[in-house]
Write a protein that binds this ligand. Structure first.
Ligand code: NAD
Length: 347
């Protein structure tokens, strides 16, 4: 049997442990998997593009587990009452191919993306960073804000969205969570002013220029989350040209990240190398660093394993008959038990 985890189960895991603790564990799990990068079979995700958005499949495997995530990105979905990003995924046993876990990954993606952002900023942002600009105040934004507040000690958030209603919702939730000083800004440039970290998490299916070179201050770290698809970017190429750029999986980010705007030989460093001690992260207080985040399958692999373990501890999830339960593995036909039509007697 396969265990099914719904959004309700994930919410109960968060209720049992608290969001800061779950984010901390997700970050630790992703860091552990990134440090053993070479144990994994990796491919860039497979994308099906349409005028409205993209649907992607994200597989990855090591010697014992295989996972994939189904995820979409449709920036106009709010007009039909749906989120921009929706996801679910599977964790399977490599030795037999048996799907062990089928889980929602919409909430989980928001947590793993925020945890990955903090993991990168821990290595790349200036020590002592306290102020973050958060540009794009949609579904992912609370998770980014709270992950940076709890994980990195950010105390001031400078918020901007072209939709003032989105900023108002985010501010309401962050005030209820407490502990953060909020500055509501009238433009992306105003939000970035004086920030140690600039997080962009906007959704727009075009080459947007949310952050321009004039907004960059020495020592800034940019956490660019929303440019994650061909033709969908957030940073002016001049920002990348004058920064040290870090990526998840280079073959995927070259096609999908803000990096798609740069020459094929523009230098980047894969983040796992920094985490494994094979490459430096930030090298000086004045260096400008960019994490060109697009989302990589290994983050979902780590998150699936973690939510599976947390659900087991709490007795959550239901077993479902996703694959047949057979007394004789060769007798698949018996599953039809009475449903198969009797063969007509030959005339
Ligand atoms: N890198 C990753 O791992 C990863 C993971 C999940 C989502 N994403 C991406 O993050 C982005 C945000 O996702 P979401 O679920 O929060 O989407 P969302 O649609 O809920 O929110 C996006 C927000 O961006 C705002 N926005 C659009 N253009 C803007 C602009 N020029 N300036 C300021 N704000 C602007 C919108 O008004 C909206 O409030 C999407 O592009 C999504 O594809 C990336």
């Amino acid at each position: 049997m396969t265990t099914l985890l719904t959004t309700h189960d994930i919410a109960r895991i968060v209720a049992a442990h608290g969001l800061p603790e779950v984010l901390r564990r997700v970050e630790a799990a992703i860091t552990t998997e990134f440090r053993r990068w070479n144990d994994f079979d990796k491919v860039p995700r497979v994308a099906a593009h349409s005028r409205q958005g993209v649907i992607e499949l994200m597989p990855v495997a090591d010697a014992s587990h295989y996972s994939f995530k189904y995820v979409n990105g449709h920036p106009g979905n709010h007009r039909v009452g749906l989120p921009t990003v929706m996801a679910f995924g599977v964790l399977a046993d490599v030795a037999t191919g048996k799907p062990q876990l089928l889980s929602e990954l919409t909430l989980t993606t928001a947590m793993r993306t925020a945890a990955t952002s903090v993991m990168a900023a821990r290595a790349l942002a200036r020590p002592g960073a306290r102020t973050m600009a958060l540009i794009g105040n949609g579904a992912q934004s609370e998770f980014q804000a709270l992950a940076f507040a709890h994980g990195l000690g950010i105390t001031t958030m400078r918020l901007f969205d072209i939709d003032p209603g989105a900023t108002a919702r985010l501010a309401r939730h962050l005030r209820a969570a407490g502990g953060l000083q909020l500055v509501l800004c009238a433009s992306a440039a105003e939000a970035a002013r004086g920030a140690d970290i600039v997080t962009t998490v906007t959704a727009d299916k075009r080459n947007a220029t949310i952050v321009t070179p004039g907004m960059i201050e020495p020592g800034m770290h940019l956490n660019a989350v929303g440019g994650d698809c061909p033709g969908k970017t957030e940073l002016h190429p001049g920002v990348l040209a004058n920064a040290s750029v870090f990526v998840e999986y280079e073959p995927q980010t070259r096609v999908e990240g803000d990096l798609q705007q740069m020459a094929a030989d523009f230098p980047v460093t894969e983040l796992w190398r920094v985490l494994a001690g094979q490459a430096p992260g930030r090298r000086s207080a004045d260096e400008v660093t960019v994490f060109d985040s697009v989302g990589f399958a290994l983050e979902d692999f780590a998150a699936l394993r973690l939510v599976g373990a947390l659900a087991r501890e709490l007795g959550l999830g239901q077993t479902v008959g996703l694959i047949p339960d057979l007394a004789d593995p060769k007798d698949l036909y018996s599953q039809l038990a009475g449903a198969a039509p009797a063969l007509r007697a030959a005339a």
